[in-house]
Design a protein around this ligand. Structure first.
Ligand SMILES: Nc1ncnc2c1ncn2[C@@H]1O[C@H](COP(=O)(O)OP(=O)(O)O)[C@@H](O)[C@H]1O
Ligand SMILES: [Mg+2]
Length: 268
């Protein structure tokens, strides 16, 4: 049994369902129904003494887009970083599984080899290199993803600017480059942290099309966004975090249709 919308609205945070119970039943449900493509089970992560991811559990079917939402400081970035197996925050407890492979014992470079690609909020475009050099650098070590020609077919703006110094691109183009770089590696789980941040609506539409195109390729995505409505319109499912805990897990449509839930946890 997973947490329902009604439970979230009626105050799951007040202790209606302890994290341990939710995780246990989710894991049992997973075993009954066959393993989910991706699962985080009762993950706990810390920055030093600071306890920021407090028993988060959710599952994703292959090829789905999950919107991971919540207010500033709710623990969204920390959850993505824990999944990508970054050192900080440090994962102290819980299981993370992708396509039957356990991620929780891995280091970040090993998770990347297993197909987890995090596109961080600051995009990490490498200065002093052209667009093409940024893409080539992503492909110095196997396992490789899409070849350059295929990337340029999907990102014609990047093809036009392939010889341009990457940090001189517009914000939207840098976001495209960051996503293209994830596709240049083997990609099974794409983690997008606030991809629309600072972008004009017309550019947001372009990035949305790119994310929808990636879904059409069968790739599984977690999108974190402050622009919750835009993320929900693209997503199949939504998980809402509050103070490091899951307070809603259900259909994206349910959140779009539920003003009370949005007001409580998203301020939209
Ligand atoms: N590097 C860090 N060191 C210590 N605390 C951090 C660090 N990064 C984030 N935090 C804290 O962890 C909590 C969750 O932050 P974060 O995951 O960035 O939230 P969100 O992405 O939902 O805005 C917040 O209380 C934040 O202040
Ligand atoms: Mg964040």
């Amino acid at each position: 049994m997973t947490m329902t919308a009604d439970m979230a609205v009626s105050g799951a945070r007040s202790g209606a369902m302890p994290a341990e119970a939710a995780a246990g039943t989710a894991a049992e449900a997973g075993r009954r129904a066959g393993e989910a493509f991706f699962a985080a089970r009762d993950i706990h992560a810390y920055y030093g003494e600071s306890y920021v991811v407090q028993g988060v559990s959710f599952e994703i079917k292959e090829g789905e887009i999950l919107a991971l939402l919540g207010r500033n400081g709710a623990g969204k970035t920390s959850t993505l970083r824990a999944i990508a197996r970054m050192d900080n925050p440090s994962l102290q407890k819980g299981e993370i599984v992708l396509g039957g492979k356990a991620l929780h014992p891995l280091r970040s470079f090993e998770a990347a080899r297993a197909g987890v690609q995090l596109v961080p909020e600051d995009r990490r475009i490498i200065g002093g290199l052209t667009v093409e050099e940024n893409l080539i650098l992503a492909q110095v070590a196997p396992p490789l993803g899409w070849p350059l020609e295929r990337l340029y077919e999907h990102f014609p703006r990047l093809a036009e600017r392939r010889k341009q110094e990457a940090t001189t691109l517009s914000g939207g183009e840098q976001q495209m480059l960051a996503v293209a770089r994830a596709l240049a590696r083997e990609l099974k789980l794409l983690l997008l942290d606030e991809p629309y941040e600072g972008l004009a609506p017309v550019i947001v539409r372009e990035i949305e099309k790119i994310v929808a195109g990636i879904k059409a390729e069968g790739i599984t995505t977690i999108i974190v966004e402050q622009n919750a409505i835009a993320a929900l319109e693209l997503a199949d499912r939504a998980v809402i975090l509050d103070m490091g805990e899951v307070v809603f897990d259900g259909g994206a449509d349910h959140v779009l249709d539920n003003a009370e839930l949005r007001a409580a946890y998203l301020a939209v």
